[in-house]
Design a protein around this ligand. Structure first.
Ligand SMILES: CCCCC/C=C\C/C=C\C/C=C\C/C=C\CCCC(=O)SCCNC(=O)CCNC(=O)[C@H](O)C(C)(C)COP(=O)(O)OP(=O)(O)OC[C@H]1O[C@@H](n2cnc3c(N)ncnc32)[C@H](O)[C@@H]1OP(=O)(O)O
Length: 216
């Protein structure tokens, strides 16, 4: 495995606020406080129910009232990127972001990152299997992490290819690994594999390109 070099030449001195084209985001302290994890967990339950509930029609009216009330409660606190604990709470599944899959890192070292978790009802594609679109989301995120762990923290995905080998079940603990296969200047070639026990569900490969200091 070739190690990437030269990451520091992408670092822009901007009062420590930016690195390459990216702002410098820090992890959320205490994963957003004592209630944030429970809040995100409840919201994930709601996501599952929003795509699966089939109540009498008036129940949706009552649910909409409560959803609008909750949105009105939080709207005054909407903050710019990098301020919310969502996506920055490394102790929570999916770093506390509803966009991310509710998975947890199980290993992080230069050249290799592993994670485990389940796809839920929210991620249903058809006939009990996960939607094909959520697998690239999983791979893209873990590819970002393995590239970061390799010392290329300001890289973006140039391409990502997924091979679907077997249907991906819901509500079953699965594992994923990402590795750095090679590196060439700004380019980091990565690959990943999604497993159900010993069954390979999908594999993927991608090119991550380190941003120039002026690139967003
Ligand atoms: C964890 C929370 C705690 C707190 C947070 C703290 C820290 C964060 C920690 C971890 C973060 C982890 C993950 C999160 C971060 C990111 C992960 C997500 C990544 C994404 O999800 S990001 C969104 C999707 N992504 C885009 O939005 C990219 C749009 N795009 C572009 O921005 C440009 O397109 C770019 C920059 C990619 C390249 O543009 P460019 O102009 O700089 O590059 P250029 O053309 O010079 O190419 C340079 C060399 O790459 C080759 N090359 C380029 N593209 C190629 C292709 N498609 N196929 C084959 N080769 C290709 C060329 O052939 C050349 O090769 P050569 O040098 O050999 O000639």
């Amino acid at each position: 495995m070739t190690r990437a070099t030269g990451a520091d030449d992408a670092v822009r001195d901007d009062g420590g606020k930016r690195r390459g084209g990216f702002p410098m985001f820090s992890a959320a302290s205490e994963d957003g406080g004592p209630h944030f994890g429970r809040f995100v967990s409840a919201m994930r339950d709601l996501q599952d129910l929003a795509v699966s509930a089939a109540p009498d029609p008036e129940v949706f009216g009552a649910a909409a009232d409560k959803a609008e009330e909750l949105a009105a409660m939080l709207r005054p606190y909407a903050a710019e990127e990098g301020r919310s604990p969502a996506n920055r709470s490394i102790g929570l599944p999916g770093r506390g972001s509803l966009l991310m899959l509710p998975w947890m890192l199980t290993g992080l070292e230069p050249g290799r990152v592993t994670a485990a978790g389940v796809f839920r009802r929210y991620h249903l594609g058809g006939n009990g299997a996960a939607h094909g679109g959520v697998l690239p989301l999983l791979f893209d995120d873990i590819f970002g992490m393995v590239t970061h762990a390799q010392g290329q923290p300001v890289s973006r995905t140039a391409y990502l290819t997924v091979n679907y080998r077997n249907v991906t079940p819901l509500e079953k603990e699965l594992t994923v690994e990402a590795t750095v296969d090679s590196a060439d200047g700004r380019k980091t070639y990565v690959s990943g594999r999604l497993w159900d026990g010993g069954t390979l569900l999908a594999d993927a490969d991608a090119l991550m390109v380190r941003l120039q200091p002026w690139q967003p």
